[in-house]
Design a protein around this ligand. Structure first.
Ligand code: PGA
Length: 256
């Protein structure tokens, strides 16, 4: 895993957006795997800014999202459909038919998981998959204890994830209990993975990711199976790992 240290959230977002923009310029038909949450928000703002300034085109790009809450209408302000369209898709020249997000409103969720697996296989998986990380080590909504071998499935969210996400909802109980998520085996089929971590609340998870072993109770550790992972973490997120040993960061090999 390559580690890129950013001074702060703003720098992290600049580095991440630059990598995505370069990917799209080099491969205009790229399949981008996208994430939601607080962390990629600024990265998406910078993609929009670049689109306006430099007209980087997404006309032939296809996007696949990691996950979506179950039974949260797409128009709900906290649905990942709403998030993606408002924070990114509506501002780029993406074609609607090239956008894929799991449908948490499907009447048959098992069929929906199968449909999503077929989409991923037909697209031959993302060229670049963007990930956040939960403070419990989840990637997508793959919670601790999940088998690394799963494809798309319906997961029950842990209380710690529901609590972490409650900041976006009116009250804790409003956070859905289930979600559809790409499984870890699908995530690992992406050709390249970019994991973003910002802030002190991610410091223990980043320490575990960088210094711990493979463990299904720490889902992000599955990334050790992949040979093209870049972690972009800001200094607050690196704080705990740095206490253990001086990390060798190959900052210059990426994106500067
Ligand atoms: P966050 O979520 O970006 O809102 O911190 C990341 C995640 O839970 O995967």
């Amino acid at each position: 895993m390559k580690i890129v240290a950013a001074n702060d959230y703003s720098e992290l977002s600049k580095i991440a957006s630059k990598i995505i923009i370069e990917k799209v310029k080099r491969k205009p038909h790229a399949v981008l795997g996208l994430a939601t949450g607080g962390t990629p928000e600024k990265t998406y703002e910078l993609l929009i800014q670049d689109y306006k300034l430099n007209a980087t085109s997404y006309n032939n790009v296809q996007t696949v999202n990691l996950d979506e809450y179950v039974r949260l209408p797409h128009k709900h302000l906290q649905s990942y459909h709403y998030y993606m369209f408002h924070k990114l898709f509506n501002h780029l020249d993406l074609k609607r038919e090239n956008i894929y997000i799991p449908n948490g409103m499907a009447s048959d969720l098992q069929d929906e998981c199968k449909r999503y697996d077929d989409i991923l296989a037909n697209l031959n998986y993302p060229d670049l998959q963007l990930l956040g990380i939960g403070s419990n080590g989840h990637i997508g909504f793959n919670e601790p204890g999940t088998s690394f071998s799963l494809k798309t499935y319906v997961t029950r969210l842990t209380e710690s994830t529901r609590l972490a996400n409650a900041r976006f909802f009116e009250h804790n109980e409003a956070v859905p209990k289930h979600a559809i998520t790409m499984g870890i085996s699908s995530i690992l089929k992406s050709k390249e993975i970019l994991l973003l971590a910002s802030g002190e609340s991610k410091a223990m998870a980043i320490k575990e990711l960088l210094l711990g072993g493979l463990d299904e109770n720490f889902p992000a550790s599955a990334l050790k199976f992949h040979d093209n992972v870049t972690i972009i973490a800001d200094e607050l997120a690196l704080k705990e790992a740095r206490k253990i040993k001086e990390l060798k960061l190959n900052e210059s090999s990426c994106c500067s």
